[in-house]
Design a protein around this ligand. Sequence first.
Ligand SMILES: Cc1cc2nc3c(=O)[nH]c(=O)nc-3n(C[C@H](O)[C@H](O)[C@H](O)COP(=O)(O)OP(=O)(O)OC[C@H]3O[C@@H](n4cnc5c(N)ncnc54)[C@H](O)[C@@H]3O)c2cc1C
Length: 500
Amino acid sequence: MEVIKRTRVLIVGSGGNGISCAVLLQNGGIDDITIITKHSDFGGCWLQNRYPGCALDGGIMGYQFGYALSPHWGATHASWDEVTAYMQKTAADHGLYEKTDFETELLEAEWLDDENAWKVTTDRGIYLAEFLVPVTGFLEEPVIPTFPGQDDFKGRIFHSSMWPEGYTGEGDRIAVVGAGSSALQIVPALQPLAKQIYMFQRTPNHVIPLNKRDYTAEEREQFHADPSTMVKLRTDMIAFGDDIWTQVLLGQDGAKNAEVQARSLQYLDERVKDPALKDMLRPDHTFGCKRMGASDDFYESLQNDNVELIPEAAASVGPNTIISKSGKSVEVDAIVLATGFVFGGSILHHIKRRDGVTVGEYQDGHPRAYKSVSVAQCPNMFLIGGAGPNGQIWLGLGPGEIVPNYIVHAIRYMDANGIRSMEVKETAELKWKSECDAVLSVGPTVIGGCVNYSQDSKGYNKAAWPGTLGSMSDAMNNLIVEDYDQVKRGVSTEALETIA
Ligand SMILES: Cc1cc2nc3c(=O)[nH]c(=O)nc-3n(C[C@H](O)[C@H](O)[C@H](O)COP(=O)(O)OP(=O)(O)OC[C@H]3O[C@@H](n4cnc5c(N)ncnc54)[C@H](O)[C@@H]3O)c2cc1C
């Protein structure tokens, strides 16, 4: 076996959460780290998604890294290129470029007991790592539908995350397929230059105002002069976000959910004049069933003469046309597939348990990980964020700043006690998942009357962390070693089966 690198910790992913993981492990005294990533630079989803209008739909004061606050933001909601540049600067400031192998994709990972290491096969060769930390993203793997007749289409057709460099849509007739968060940003950005836009909407979604604004010169001066102003804004935003997440989006307070839903419908009523268009845009699912949209200009842009909402799925494509499910055909020069992502991607189908079966295959459509982090029969592996079932929370970069503490606790515990590998007991994993399912199954993502990316094939929520950021921190500061099988140095992992 030819190994291109041996490393103590192998982090897979160079998005915001991968960056935080590396920084916080280094801060915890764990320096023997390698990052691999299939991308050519840091930034993750922000490097990948470059469509016109791509920007944060949550405030930057909460979204930026808590350990690297920047006073340079021009507005409350930063664009993709600003976020990417900030992430790349943070990575450079912490010496991460020297530790990263770019354009290196994990294809398969398996535990080698003899080596006490994960053998990670990539498209560039093999890595051996004592600890494997997949941080491969929430919304990283695009859903790309194919339509009958598509091969004969004479124009451009592409997914929103694969935007052709420099394409502005000027003078074109464009179909935007989808009505999720990306479409909400793409339609207003293309509308001023496009000849015509047709938006194909299968299901309308709740939309709330974004309330984006530029920071004033005084505010920016204050961020520079007194960074504690930013800390305060971040703290307030986290308290607010945690309340909305648990009460409204996890459905723990029905009255609050109904109140927020009524406000979003009122926003629709106020912003859209034509009753027929209003009807097409009115969702019939509970607020929070799908990820809600946030926009100041989406409703306005739909009411321009060069935009038409087609309240149906796109079904087929002709040489110059796209045709809806009921047969409405429109001529277009370009088709933008704003069709979203497979939540969490397929990483668990590339990681083998000790018994040789991939985690994805073994878990058979009901993905689970103890505390969203540890998987049975996968020693010394820690999942972060989207890679981990139920690792998602309202603040997309939250897990990257919280979960690494757990890894530091675990590695310190192992070093102090002569333990070479730790793997979570399946009983603990199943217990945690059933508690998690119980919390989430009363919420809108499960019973809100829609199809969404959080649902697994058994109907459970595979995505959401079942509590606040604070509860995630508590869980990550509490390493319950009894929930893990531990193998001392000099002992084979096979002893685990013998004991069982
Ligand atoms: C368009 C868009 C807008 C968003 N807006 C917001 C927002 O406003 N607020 C919010 O909180 N969240 C938002 N999100 C969610 C976003 O996913 C998270 O906020 C966060 O950026 C995720 O960071 P990450 O590091 O976990 O994953 P990503 O940024 O997706 O990075 C994943 C990394 O894993 C690597 N990778 C994946 N598979 C492999 C493999 N097999 N081998 C090697 N490398 C691999 C990729 O190369 C990439 O570097 C948005 C997502 C998208 C797509």
